[in-house]
Design a protein around this ligand. Structure first.
Ligand SMILES: [Zn+2]
Length: 160
């Protein structure tokens, strides 16, 4: 039986077989330090934003971690949403990932009509879907699976 070569971890500082909580924050998010890890070891990562490079680093960290690891993502929604997608790619389950979105930043709104997500930079109560141009009312329901707020057609009743 051949030994399996370990993925490179030198650049991440994460010990092989880490089974604690990985706390990744983006931008100016600072409150993640208060996140309760329930006494489990934690590994902090901080990125300025979710870029192909930083997401690649995150992928390396998650690839080096073992089953049972938990991931906490904090920062602007667009960033943590991209990071959550990487986590899903790496096999983390939805319940293993906690998203702490920065409410002050732009929100991401999911359109149920064309399944597109639109970044709402105006932080209003409505946003025009970039996929189908439907004016979406933004609900308070945040889908952790989609990493976005769910929208619905704001003027559906008026149009009928
Ligand atoms: Zn749409």
């Amino acid at each position: 039986m051949r030994s399996v070569s370990m993925p490179p971890t030198a650049c991440t500082g994460l010990e092989p077989g880490f089974r604690g909580v990985i706390c990744a924050s983006f931008g100016a998010a600072g409150d993640i330090a208060k996140q309760d890890t329930g006494g489990r070891p934690r590994h902090d990562l901080h990125f300025a934003s979710a870029t192909p490079n930083t997401l690649s680093d995150l992928r390396t960290v998650l690839g080096a971690s073992h089953v049972g690891v938990r991931l906490v993502l904090a920062g602007p929604q667009a960033d943590i949403r991209a990071a959550a997608a990487v986590a899903a790619e790496c096999g983390l389950l939805e319940e293993e990932v906690t998203l702490l979105s920065d409410e002050a930043g732009p929100r991401v709104v999911y359109c149920p009509h064309c399944l597109t997500t639109t970044i709402d930079r105006a932080a209003g109560s409505e946003v025009e879907c970039q996929g189908c141009a439907t004016v979406l009312a933004i609900t308070d329901h945040f889908s952790r699976r989609k990493g976005a707020y769910l929208g619905y057609s704001a003027h559906a009743e008026e149009a009928s």
